[in-house]
Ligand binder design. Structure first.
Ligand SMILES: O=C[C@H](O)[C@H](O)COP(=O)(O)O
Ligand SMILES: C=C(OP(=O)(O)O)C(=O)O
Length: 356
């Protein structure tokens, strides 16, 4: 397939879709957890990295949590080159920052579009999900094995048991924070969860989500062998708001942060939060992530201790490209535009210096 994924192509696919729906069996979570197993030492590393994230969110560790990496993964080799570089940089800034790598294998779409490595690893609409979830788990394992904590957005609750033992931080995205299913899922995770404000800019839904996720829930789930179960979750006390702007308007400035912190305090929730330097906070222009980050650092230097975390969308090379499988540039995003590696390195070193 040579054509990029475009609305026209998606319409063509819909037109040629089979009249009756079809089903293809996938491996169970237990099968995949066995074939891509976590060794005891890696399990200990992930457990201590989760605790480090929890400690930042509770104010016991005053480092800055930085969730950084590609908008989406479409090429595991490029992702691993990125991980190698980030692992070296992490060592250099670890006194003041805790970098966590974005390994995003599912993408929520505003309408239609490529939905990520887990859904379509061959980037051609063939939808080889068995390969997609295997590659996703292998990649997360390889990133963790390089010593990096792994972050992802969990979108399809059924995918969580394939991946969640590898995760140190989880996003519930702007399009799903209000969803009861995603709040229930968050209540059952060991990793910390950041709830994004809505695409409209509504922050209250993220605060409501924190409240809902802190509770135990009885929820429909599948066990490791894929059987349906009634799962009783314990509730997740390690959640926070992510300010990502809304409807093209930023919400990272001091007045927005102050308003969010006040609303969190009124709801009796953790006031420590993350600013996403990308998305509507950057008005969808990746180059603006720089100014968002510098503003947030200045707020923190001015004494706002509730700004404990940042998110950056960054890849090996700057910008984005159309998803054309036969003409892809290596290390460039196929979803939202990202800053390149040099800018990423500069920003993380600047943050470490300013918070030193
Ligand atoms: O972070 C990525 C995108 O902003 C999100 O997946 C929505 O993408 P879309 O509006 O291109 O569908
Ligand atoms: C989809 C993302 O963000 P949001 O939910 O804020 O749009 C993302 O961070 O990749």
């Amino acid at each position: 397939m040579n054509a990029p994924i475009s609305p026209a192509l998606n319409m063509k696919r819909t037109a040629s879709a089979p009249e009756a729906s079809t089903a293809t069996l996938l491996p169970t979570p237990a099968q995949l957890r066995q074939s891509v197993a976590i060794e005891a030492a890696l399990a200990r590393q992930i457990s201590s990295q989760r605790k480090a994230v929890h400690d930042i969110l509770s104010g016991q560790d005053d480092r800055l949590l930085v969730v950084v990496g590609p908008c989406s993964i479409h090429d595991p080799d490029a992702a691993l080159e990125y991980a190698d570089r980030l692992a070296v940089l992490s060592e250099q800034v670890s006194e003041r920052l805790l970098p966590v790598m974005r390994v995003y294998v599912e993408k929520p779409r505003t309408t239609v579009g490529w939905k990520g490595l887990a859904y379509d690893p061959d980037l051609d609409g063939s939808g080889d999900m068995a390969k997609g979830i295997t590659l996703s788990r292998e990649l997360m394992h390889a990133v963790a094995a390089r010593g990096l904590p792994v972050a992802t957005e969990l979108l399809q609750p059924m995918l969580a048991p394939y991946l969640d033992d590898l995760l140190s931080w989880v996003a519930i995205g702007a399009r799903t924070t209000e969803s009861q299913l995603h709040r229930e899922l968050a209540s059952d995770l060991a990793a910390a969860v950041g709830f994004k404000n809505a695409t409209s800019g509504d922050v209250q839904i993220a605060i409501d989500a924190m409240q809902a996720a802190a509770h135990g829930h009885q929820r429909f789930a599948q066990d490791a062998n894929g059987r349906p179960v009634m799962q009783q979750s314990a509730g997740n006390p390690h959640t926070h708001v992510v300010l990502r702007g809304g409807h093209g308007e930023p919400n990272y400035q001091a007045s927005h942060v102050q308003a969010a912190v006040k609303a969190l305090a009124q709801a009796g929730q953790n006031p420590r939060l993350m600013v996403d330097c990308s998305h509507a906070n950057a008005r969808k222009d990746h180059r603006r992530q720089n100014e968002v980050m510098l503003d947030v650092l200045a707020q923190r230097q001015a004494g706002n201790a509730n700004l404990v975390a940042l998110m950056l969308e960054s890849h090996l090379f700057e910008g984005k490209q159309p998803l054309n499988p036969s003409a892809l540039r290596y290390g460039v995003s196929v979803t939202d535009a990202c800053i390149g590696w040099e800018a990423t390195e500069r920003l993380l070193k600047t943050a470490a210096e300013r918070l030193g």
